[in-house]
Write a protein that binds this ligand. Sequence first.
Ligand code: ADP
Ligand code: MG
Ligand code: ZN
Length: 510
Amino acid sequence: MSSKVEDVFEFDEAIAAFDPVMGLEVHVELNTNSKMFCGCPTEFGGDPNTHVCPVCLGLPGALPVVNGKAVESAIRIGLALNCEIAEWCRFARKNYFYPDMPKNFQTSQYDEPICFNGYLDVDVETEEGMKKFRVEIERAHMEEDTGKASHQGGATGRIHGADYSLLDYNRAGIPLIEIVTKPIVGAGKFAPEVARAYVSALRDLLRALGVSDVRMEQGSLRCDVNLSLRKTPKDKFGTRTETKNVNSLRSVERAVRYEITRQASAIDAGKTIIQETRHWHEDTGVTTSGRVKEEAEDYRYFPEPDLVPIAPSREWVEELRKTLPENPSLRKNRLQAEWGITDHDMASVINAGALDLVLATIDAGVDQNGARKWWLGELARLAKEMSIELIDLPITAQHLSQVEKLIADGKLNDKLARVVIEAVINGEGDVDSIIEKRGLAVVSDDSSLLNAIDEALAASPDIAAKIKEGKLQAAGAIVGAVMKTTKGQADAAKVRALLFEKLGVTEDLA
Ligand code: ADP
Ligand code: MG
Ligand code: ZN
């Protein structure tokens, strides 16, 4: 690894000199049928400004009504995150002007969040094996999403340099839960992994709760990364930057790593870190300066007068507690024991965001070993190549089970199976039609294999004699030659059997 380029620290050097402190803010779009305060649909897409009404457009005189299902989801999320649930809380108006927010305030929660003081435990692999980090949750509160502005005519899609902007309010008013961690300290050099493991675990939990699509690339789960450095863990916190909308698990890890090296280099060069929002650039892997936020912005928060307070009864909260999915760490331990795999192998599954995918694949009839191998091997490779998450690969557990069955029946070998899977992902159709169109099936019909065997024997006449003398390992050369002429599509076991039969030897003769 190259040493310093000018004053740019390597990650290890940065960690040797500074102690990182992180804070993660995650916004989750709920999958309720209707918006937070009106009956408009929440479906993704739709022609611009067709999922709107006087309430979510903020027209004068329109009155909001709270979506009960969203409150229920908020409480279930809070319970799953080991939070306390407020006995009484209110919405608040967060006042600011921005064109994607038609009311000129966002209905949110301020000093009275519905859920507070929780935690989520995550596992991170260290030199001394798996280590548990407890990420403490400050609050999880309810709010509404904004609309979407798209800036036209500029090169970057940013407002700077644009000729005009288009506004779509379909998303305005979609229920959001914002989950904010307390400052995460003590992660040290594992800060990037802890951040990723947290968002990954949170996503799995939300998916298990069934409250959101949790699709990072569609924006239904968005993460902001706050990060600061201090000299030692005894010092008070340094100034933080807030990197916005980091939209994949890999980016969360990279953004933390990048900010640590950037801030360390800046401090080392005598610069001061300013409190600002920064933008994450997926392509170049850097953050750039955004809005300076030196003072807390004055949002003139005040309690929302048009909505009644929320006072969830303890009976209701206890009813909802009963609907929680199995605790993630117990579930992890249970599955690990069932599968009989090591901590390391289990962590690989979880940190790849593959647990649910592996489970679905097992449900579809593939054994756990095969399921893990697909998701952590070939599919992980393809997802990385395409820069997408595993879950976004256009392939289903059914595809995998079909392919596995074809392997078991000797109709595909491993190599052909990988070709088929890659073709499914490239959108070439379903498994059967790909095999048919590309002529990928394993060749196992006797006559074409026998032809290939004859050719191979003719090419190396001494081998037949050796095999007849009982030197069965010599058969490898013939099987290899047949595989070559059939472009890898021969059923190797079958070739071997036919060869021995032809030469009149039996395998157990050796
Ligand atoms: P804001 O409204 O500015 O986004 P929040 O309080 O909502 O502020 O969230 C800030 C996040 O950053 C929280 O997760 C918090 O724990 C974390 N945080 C606060 N101070 C620091 C700091 N000095 N360094 C790193 N993270 C911090
Ligand atoms: Mg915030
Ligand atoms: Zn509406």
